[in-house]
Design a protein around this ligand. Structure first.
Ligand code: GDP
Ligand code: MG
Length: 163
């Protein structure tokens, strides 16, 4: 069985762009606006010796109680349940948001292997704006750029090597 990686994070952080990088496919809908990909979405990928399944998810509102947010939360929770490792994507440029805190709390309680990834980090000084992400309590943060492909190999290695 190939290990399953679930990509979670609030809308617009670059999950679908990362999904396309990881799967080398254009299957996920990459929007120029928040929250278009609301369905769970599966892909297969290979990096070096690692072969894996990736699940892209729409937005993430673990505590929402109605409408599309409830549906998105349900789908994301299913994806997380199916995953061997969760890749939690945040926006290196936007910094930590309240939603990031909500998701972190959920993921810490879950107790599944989790890798914190700060996307959109191209051209940013090593570590510069990333230290604030340590307050999420998920340990190390890996800087990547899904759009430019930077850090994606490290992401796969860090996510899958411990399994
Ligand atoms: P999702 O809602 O989390 O799936 O985010 P998307 O993959 O749809 O991307 C949201 C926006 O962020 C789009 O405009 C992407 O082009 C942009 N984006 C994604 N990855 C990067 C990146 O590495 N760097 C920059 N600068 N923009 C990115
Ligand atoms: Mg998306």
């Amino acid at each position: 069985m190939k290990p399953v990686i679930a990509l979670v994070g609030r809308p617009n952080v670059g999950k679908s762009t990362l999904f396309n990088r990881l799967t080398k496919s254009r299957d996920a809908i990459v929007a120029d606006y928040a929250g278009l990909t609301r369905d769970r979405h599966y892909g297969q990928g290979k990096q070096g010796k690692h072969e894996y399944i990736v699940i892209d998810t729409g937005g993430f509102e673990p505590d929402a109680t109605s409408g599309i947010f409830k549906e998105m939360a349900k789908q994301t929770q299913q994806a997380v349940a199916e995953a061997d490792v969760v890749v939690f994507v945040v926006d290196a440029r936007a910094g930590v948001s309240a939603q990031d805190h909500d998701i972190s709390r959920y993921l810490r309680r879950l107790g599944k292997p989790c890798l914190l990834v700060a996307n959109k980090a191209e051209g940013m000084k090593e570590g510069a704006q990333l230290t604030e992400f340590y307050e999420l309590g998920l340990g190390e943060v890996l800087a990547v750029s899904a759009a430019h492909g930077q850090g994606v190999r490290d992401l796969v290695e860090l996510a899958l090597a411990p399994l």
